[in-house]
Design a binder for this molecule. Structure first.
Ligand SMILES: Nc1nc2c(c(=O)[nH]1)N[C@H]1C(S)=C(S)[C@@H](COP(=O)(O)O)O[C@H]1N2
Ligand SMILES: [Mo]
Length: 205
């Protein structure tokens, strides 16, 4: 992205500050799994250890991150499993329209299926060539660069396939269900003003 190209109402943060709700979990490899569950085509739940996740297909994505509170950080390089690859490994039932991304301590974020399969969506293990730090989501963090940061859970533990939409953690607490930063979709009250394309009129526009 060109310098200065930030979504409306966003300002550049210095460095990469840490922002999340609640404590940072400790990683215990022997207890850790990534699960894909819900409306899978087979009806089965799939579960991988962290070592198995690192054997999945990998990709590198360059991304900017936008927090709904108004700060952005730019030029991140994330490395990890493309969201698309999970769908290939565990085909969803034909009726699946949305997913819930689940993290430690019950944090969750709902996404449209197309958000998970987007080219730049990645289950990241690395940032700028190094394993993620604990504060930024080690061992696994979902990165959805085309949506506000709350759609990208740190400490990711599961993907639930859903046959209808259901609101996640911040979406239930007044934040926008879609969260497109370029449309300034910050708050759930904007959903009522949305037009048929689902575009919200954000503050300051
Ligand atoms: N598990 C979890 N993931 C989370 C959050 C959280 O509270 N818990 N906050 C989200 C929000 S609102 C933002 S803006 C980004 C911030 O990520 P960063 O600290 O790496 O910039 O993490 C997202 N992922
Ligand atoms: Mo955020």
């Amino acid at each position: 992205m060109e310098k200065g190209m930030l979504p409306p109402g966003q300002r550049l943060a210095r460095g990469w500050p840490v922002s999340h709700y609640g404590p940072v979990p400790r990683f215990r490899a022997e207890r850790w799994t990534l699960q894909v569950f819900g409306a899978t085509a087979s009806g089965d739940t799939h579960s991988w250890t962290f070592d198995e996740v690192t054997a999945m297909p990998r990709t590198t994505v360059r991304a900017d991150l936008h927090c709904a509170s108004g700060t952005s950080t730019t030029d991140h390089t994330f490395y990890g499993v493309p969201g698309r690859a999970l769908l290939d490994l565990v085909p969803p039932a034909a009726e699946v329209t949305h997913v819930m991304a689940w993290a430690e301590y019950g944090y969750s974020a709902n996404l449209r299926l197309a958000d998970l399969t987007a080219d730049t969506t990645v289950l990241a293990t690395h940032h700028d060539g190094e394993p993620l730090t604990a504060e930024h989501g080690f061992p696994l963090r979902l990165v959805v660069p085309h949506l506000f940061g709350y759609k990208g859970p740190k400490w990711l533990r599961g993907i639930e396939y859903m046959t209808q939409d259901r609101r996640g953690f911040w979406e239930e607490r007044g934040y926008h269900n879609i969260a497109d930063p370029w449309a300034a979709q910050r708050y759930s009250y904007q959903e009522e003003e949305a037009d048929e394309e689902g575009e919200g009129d954000g503050p300051g526009e």
